[in-house]
Design a protein around this ligand. Structure first.
Ligand SMILES: [Mn+2]
Length: 315
């Protein structure tokens, strides 16, 4: 394809969407605290004004109630805080399903990555979705393979039907588990994969594009292929974006930083290509941790990325 054919293709101005912003101040699924403040940091960085600035309407539904760890039992060591996490994610699944039912695009702000299990379970109600999971970790552990017991390392496996029944079947009485076919799950930017997690991914048949693949082939072909795989035979793509996919020099406010991440432009290109493909039906931006951040850089980057996936153009 020549340069001309690769020109930015989004219509300008963008087609107006109704965006449902849902905050989930959840940190029970993570080993470190502070991500419960992520939704505040992202709103403070100007999310809603930015979304209106590109021509969409914003319905900010506020934050879902999440208990703090002091008021709940930790429970089983291999499934830490399972009960309060399941209760919270059931509400999130209901809210996401209701937003989709009202014709809105859910933009879910984390919170730790366990929340993607709730948002996708809700968004996938009554239809088949692919998932593009942009993260330095595949989050494909189960209670049997987890090294930490932290549920934020399990949502992708649970969506694909692997792991504890209470996570796998989450999503309410209309939910049909598994919510996602692993053939339509694509992990992008992975660079920290546990040994048993690797086996889980291979057995399930999920797709993984590691940083090594990105280095060897370039980022644009990887994203093209990720979109093709997630869209293949599905009714849309849900994007699950963990800020730790980005290099920690650009997003220091994350609980589990891993060197060698995506650059600023690669990260934006991912979001711009997703906007261009017109198949994205919802997006989570998770693991923003203001306590570990430097002057809200990670909150501000979250806003830049949210606007890119909602169609903001450079030119
Ligand atoms: Mn993650």
């Amino acid at each position: 394809m020549g340069v001309e054919a690769r020109r930015e293709r989004r219509p300008h101005p963008v087609e107006p969407l109704e965006i449902a912003v849902i905050g989930v101040p959840m940190d029970l699924g993570s080993g470190r605290r502070g991500v419960d403040m992520g939704p505040s940091a992202i709103r403070y960085a100007g999310l809603n004004e930015g979304i209106r600035g590109i021509g969409h309407r914003v319905h900010d539904l506020g934050d879902i109630d999440v208990p703090i760890s002091e008021e709940v039992e930790e429970g089983e060591p291999r499934l830490r805080y399972l009960d309060p996490i399941v209760a919270t994610l059931q509400s999130l699944a209901e809210m996401t399903a209701a937003s989709v039912g009202a014709g809105r695009f859910p933009l879910v702000l984390g919170g730790d990555h366990s929340i993607t299990l709730g948002s996708v379970a809700g968004a996938a109600r009554g239809r088949k979705l692919g998932v593009i999971h942009i993260d330095s970790h595949p989050d494909f552990n189960t209670d049997e393979t987890t090294p930490s017991g932290n549920i934020h390392g399990m949502p992708m496996a649970a969506l694909c039907g692997l792991g504890d029944e209470r996570l796998v079947t989450l999503g309410g009485r209309f939910a049909r588990a598994p919510h996602v076919d692993p053939a339509n799950l694509v992990v992008v930017a992975a660079r920290d994969i546990d040994q048993a997690e690797r086996l889980n991914l291979r057995r399930a048949g999920a797709h993984v594009f590691s940083m090594e693949t990105i280095d060897r082939t370039g980022f644009e072909p990887v994203m093209d292929e990720a979109i093709r795989l997630a869209a293949d035979g599905t009714d849309g793509i849900y994007v699950s974006f963990d800020l730790d996919a980005v290099d920690p020099s650009l997003a220091p406010g994350v609980g589990t930083p891993v060197k060698g991440g995506l650059t600023y432009r690669e990260t934006n290109l991912a979001m711009e290509m997703l906007a261009d493909c017109s198949r994205v039906v919802g997006c989570d931006i998770v693991e923003c941790n203001p306590i570990l951040d430097v002057r809200n850089q990670s909150g501000e980057l979250s806003v830049v990325l949210a606007l890119s996936i909602l169609g903001k153009r450079i030119w």
